[in-house]
Design a protein around this ligand. Sequence first.
Ligand code: 2PG
Ligand code: MG
Length: 438
Amino acid sequence: MYYSTIIPDELFKIKEVKARMILDSRGNPTVQVRVITKGLGVGIANAPSGASTGIHEAVELRDGGRDFHGKGVSKAVSNVNNVIAEALKDMDSRNQYMIDKKMIEIDGTPNKSRLGGNAIVATSLAVAKAAAATYEQPLYMYLGGRFANLLPVPMLNIINGGVHAGNKLDFQEFMIVPAGFKSFSEALKAAVETYHELKRILKERYGPSAINVGDEGGYAPPMEKITEALDALIDAIKAAGYEPGKEIAIALDAASSQFYNKDKNVYVVEGIERSREEMIELYEKLVDEYPIISIEDPLDEEDFEGFAEITKRLGNKVLIVGDDLFTTNPGRFRKGIEAGAANAILVKVNQVGTLSETMMVIEEAKFNNYRTIISHRSGETEDTTIADIAVGLRAGLIKTGAPARGERTAKYNRLLEIEEELDRPVYPGWKAFPRIPV
Ligand code: 2PG
Ligand code: MG
């Protein structure tokens, strides 16, 4: 982190920590935390919320009972206001590690279930933002200093399936990746144009209801086959005037634990039961036929061995991304590194629960040649912190939904702002991936 010597230390001390309940993009309660330093730096952060949550994630503390169908967060809010606020008072807001450690110690559980992962993550991020505000610096600069100049390549989920949509697509996310451009803004423009062409194509092929959107702003057309979704993406890219595979590629999040049948040890895709080997063969075929450059959670979240196998077979061409597999958890990630499982990690701050642990995971990833993708959750808010984290920690890639719905565009809009603010913004394009097209 970036330290200045001009501002007295006293002003970085935490004066106030206050939480409240707000709503997320699915209309569920979530936690907002505001931290104020003695120098009157204000940091506000909201906890996001997943649907396809891995079993190893930090736990979102929910009230249960009748209110909000059990999804209330009054316990988490009260934990911030009555326990965390007292513990953090007068601590130096720049001492992120000690602050996060303190919350972890008070919580005392391996999955942050006592204070709540939602209470802890919102506080952790709000502390960093309050420290940055005390320096009068944007968060990305506070986190990365003068090295914070790398805009991430966006992975835009424009067809939704799985548990994020009400259709029959087994894979959860069909993303476009505008890697063949010189700047973030040009890349985003191409993605937006493709998104609108896709809308036209889907309406033509499947009727007006096909342009309803899912949780992440992507369309949720009544398709059944994976190849139908991929064909629609290719047609949309071409209709927008871009070359598939050269300018815009495709990424998938299979979120396969959702269609894995543990008792039978099979994956049920398009009504057919498939073994691990048959799944890998399916992915190999798809990668052969389509310009796919990234596959997230291709196999079950416990199958480190299977992940190692698919990484061996496809890892020189595509990113094999661990999301539910790693859950941004340092211990699980280390196990994955040892097994040779995956070559990229999806990084969700609320999955592990604190900013310091997130930073440790990113460092570990870079040291071990894993690519890092900073990710939103399917339940989001207008909070844009992950955009600053992606730039500040030089992640190289970001996954934050379709270029539609305010909680998704907020992050893209923040990245446009950052690109404009930077002296020399760098857009890594294809360098973010193992396969550079010829
Ligand atoms: C995922 C995420 C975000 P959720 O699986 O990668 O797209 O979904 O937040 O529902 O876990
Ligand atoms: Mg995922």
